[in-house]
Design a protein around this ligand. Structure first.
Ligand code: XMP
Length: 517
C-alpha cells in the first residue's frame, strides 16, 4: 500500500517487546516504516531503501558472543542509524566501543542528564528528562568519533552520538509513553536527522491504497466477508471507494451477534454507503449445528466450520468474483511471519474464510496488511465510518456462542443480547466505555432464587465482565463505580425477563481468561 517513492524508515528487530511500539511511533510521526528481523537478508534491507535505520532493543546480552548483531553493512550505507537499548549496545560493541555486564541494573523510571546540543534532542528544553529504562548491561566505552550526550545514575554512557556520521545510541526507550520526550526524540530522528517528510497520513494512505487495489484487481469482482468488526469494515469502505459495485460483501448473521448488530451493519454499509451486502440469515443453521453441544472448543469449531460452509456456498453464487479481500493487519503479518520477513500470507482465523477450496482460485487482497490497528481506526474515521463502530471493543468470532456457557439456545441468546445491550448502554451513558478495553455480559445457565415484584422468582444469572489491558494477554478487571454497577444490575433484573441475579466478575487474567469459555 505504501508509496515506494516516499520516505521510509527501517526498524531492525532484536526481539524487544517494544519493537512494534517503535514502529507505531514512527508511523504516528507521519513516516512509513517496516520491521525486519535482525537476520533478514541484507539484500532485502538494501532494497527497502530506508532513509534511516533504527536498531531495536532485545532480551539478549551483547557480552555473549553468539547473540545477534547488526550487519556491518548497515553502518556503511551512509544513512543515519539510531540504536535503542540492545541496539545501542550492539552498535557500541560493533563500532569499537565496549559493553559490560553491570551490577547496577535499571528497570523502570530513570533520569537522564543531557549533555551538549545533540540534534537528537532538539526542542527539548530541560537539562534532564524522565525516561524508561530496561537494561542489565551498559556501554562502558564509546566508539571512536562518538561523544557522550546523556548520562543516568547507573549508566554514565546512557546516550552517545557521532553527529558527523549520524549515528546515535540511547540506553532508554523513547517509544514507551513513560519517556517524557520520547515522541520528540523519534520525530527528531526521522524528520530532522533522516529528513523524512510527513507523508504517511490517512488521506495519502487511502489514496495510495485505492490506486494499488485498482491496479491489482483491474475490472475483476471482489468478495469480502463482512463481520461488522473494525478491520473488515474498513476494508469494505476502502474497497467500495476503489471499485464501487464490483465489491460484494457477504455478511453471515449467525444468530450469535449482539442486539441489532445485523441491522446496524446493513444500515451503515448497504443503506448509507451503498455497498452491495448479501445478508445471510443463518441463525437456525448455526443453532441447529450447536444443539446439544456444551464443550467450548467443540462449539468454536462448529461455529467456524459452519461459517466456512455458508460463506463458501454464498461465494460460489458470485460467478465473476476473482478476488477474496481480507482484513489482515500488520501485527498479524509480523507475528505469524516471524523471521520470514513478512512474506507469509495469513488468514485470520476468526474470519474463518481460510477454508475456501482451491478450485475457486480466488486471489487474496489485503489492503490493511501494512497497518497497525490504530492506523486502521484512523482510516475508518477518514472514510466516514461511524465512530461508534470504529471504537468498538473486540468481539470474538464465535460471538455469543462463547458467552453462553454450556449449550447454546435461542432463548439464552435473546436474554444475553438484552442484558449485554443494557450493560453497554450504561457504560456509554456514564462515559466509561472508551476507558475499558473490553466489556460484555455472560449468560450462566443456572437458576438462582430472587424476588421479582411480589413473586419469588427462580431465574438465570448474568455475569458482567469488564477488563483493562494493553495486549489482551494479561488484563485486570475494571473498577466500574458501584453506583453504575447498581444501575446496570437493577435495569437488567427489571427489564430482562428470565434474569433474577447479576454478578460482577473480579478475576484478573491470568489466571482467568477474558472470555468465560
Ligand atoms: P481470552 O478469553 O483468551 O481472550 O483471554 C483474549 C481476547 O481474544 C478474544 N477471543 C476470541 N476471538 N475467536 C476470536 O475471534 C475466539 O474464539 C476467541 N476467544 C477469545 C477475546 O474476546 C479477547 O479479546
Amino acid at each position: 500500500m505504501h508509496d515506494p517513492h516516499a520516505d521510509h524508515i527501517l526498524v531492525i528487530d532484536f526481539g524487544s517487546q517494544y519493537t512494534q511500539l517503535i514502529a507505531r511511533n514512527i508511523r504516528e510521526a507521519g513516516v512509513y516504516c517496516e520491521i525486519y528481523p535482525f537476520d533478514a537478508p541484507m539484500q532485502a534491507i538494501n532494497e527497502f531503501k530506508a532513509r534511516g535505520i533504527i536498531l531495536s532493543g532485545g532480551p539478549e546480552s551483547v557480552t555473549t558472543e553468539e547473540t545477534p548483531r547488526a550487519y556491518h553493512a548497515i553502518f556503511e550505507q551512509g544513512v543515519p542509524v539510531l540504536g535503542i537499548c540492545y541496539g545501542m549496545q550492539t552498535m557500541a560493541a560493533q563500532l569499537g566501543g565496549a559493553v559490560e555486564n553491570s551490577d547496577h541494573k535499571e528497570y523502570g523510571h530513570a533520569m537522564i542528564n543531557l549533555h551538549g546540543h545533540c540534534d537528537l534532542f532538539t526542542g527539548i528544553e530541560a537539562d534532564s528528562i524522565d525516561v524508561w529504562m530496561s537494561h542489565g548491561d551498559r556501554v562502558s566505552a564509546i566508539p571512536e568519533g562518538f561523544s557522550v550526550v546523556g548520562e543516568s545514575k547507573n549508566a554514565p554512557l546512557a546516550a552517545f552520538a557521532d553527529v558527523s556520521r549520524h549515528f546515535y545510541g540511547i540506553q532508554f526507550h523513547p517509544e514507551v509513553t513513560h519517556t517524557r520526550e520520547g515522541k520528540q526524540i523519534i520525530s527528531n530522528f526521522v524528520h530532522g536527522i533522516c529528513g523524512c517528510a510527513r507523508e504517511w497520513v490517512p488521506a495519502n494512505i487511502i489514496q495510495q491504497s485505492i490506486e494499488n487495489m485498482r491496479a491489482q484487481v483491474g475490472k475483476d469482482e471482489v468478495i469480502l466477508g463482512l463481520s461488522g468488526g473494525v478491520d473488515s469494515s474498513v476494508v469494505a469502505a476502502l474497497l467500495h471507494e476503489a471499485i464501487g459495485e464490483k465489491l460484494t460483501c457477504i455478511f453471515v448473521d449467525n444468530g450469535l451477534l449482539r442486539l441489532d448488530e445485523g441491522d446496524q451493519v446493513m444500515q451503515v454499509f448497504a443503506e448509507n454507503l451503498g455497498v452491495t451486502v448479501v445478508r445471510v440469515d443463518a441463525e437456525e443453521e448455526f443453532l441447529g449445528a450447536l444443539k446439544g453441544e456444551s464443550d467450548p472448543e467443540i462449539k468454536r469449531k462448529i461455529i467456524g466450520n459452519k461459517f466456512i460452509e455458508i460463506f463458501e456456498r454464498e461465494a460460489r453464487k458470485l460467478d465473476n468474483a476473482r478476488w477474496l479481500a481480507q482484513g489482515t493487519i500488520y501485527p498479524d503479518v509480523i507475528e505469524s511471519a516471524g523471521n520470514k520477513l513478512g512474506k507469509a500470507k495469513v488468514i485470520k482465523s476468526h474470519h474463518n474464510v481460510g477454508g475456501l477450496p482451491d478450485d475457486m482460485e480466488l486471489g487474496l487482497i489485503e489492503p490493511l496488511r501494512e497497518l497497525f490497528k490504530d492506523e486502521v481506526r484512523r482510516l475508518g474515521v477518514e472514510l466516514g465510518l461511524p465512530a461508534k463502530m470504529i471504537n468498538r471493543h473486540p468481539f470474538p468470532g464465535p460471538g455469543l456462542g462463547v458467552r453462553i456457557l454450556g449449550e447454546v439456545k435461542k432463548e439464552f441468546a435473546d436474554i444475553l443480547r438484552q442484558a449485554d445491550a443494557i450493560y453497554l448502554e450504561e457504560l456509554y451513558r456514564n462515559d466509561l466505555y472508551d476507558s475499558i478495553s473490553q466489556a460484555f455480559a455472560v449468560f450462566l445457565p443456572v437458576k438462582s432464587v430472587g424476588v421479582v415484584g411480589d413473586n419469588r422468582a427462580y431465574e438465570y444469572v448474568i455475569a458482567l465482565r469488564a477488563v483493562e489491558t494493553i495486549d489482551f494477554m494479561t488484563a485486570s478487571w475494571s473498577h466500574i463505580p458501584y453506583d453504575v454497577l447498581g444501575t446496570i444490575s437493577n435495569r437488567i433484573i427489571n427489564e430482562v425477563r428470565g434474569v433474577s441475579r447479576v454478578a460482577y466478575d473480579i478475576s484478573g487474567k491470568p489466571p482467568a481468561t477474558i472470555e468465560w469459555e
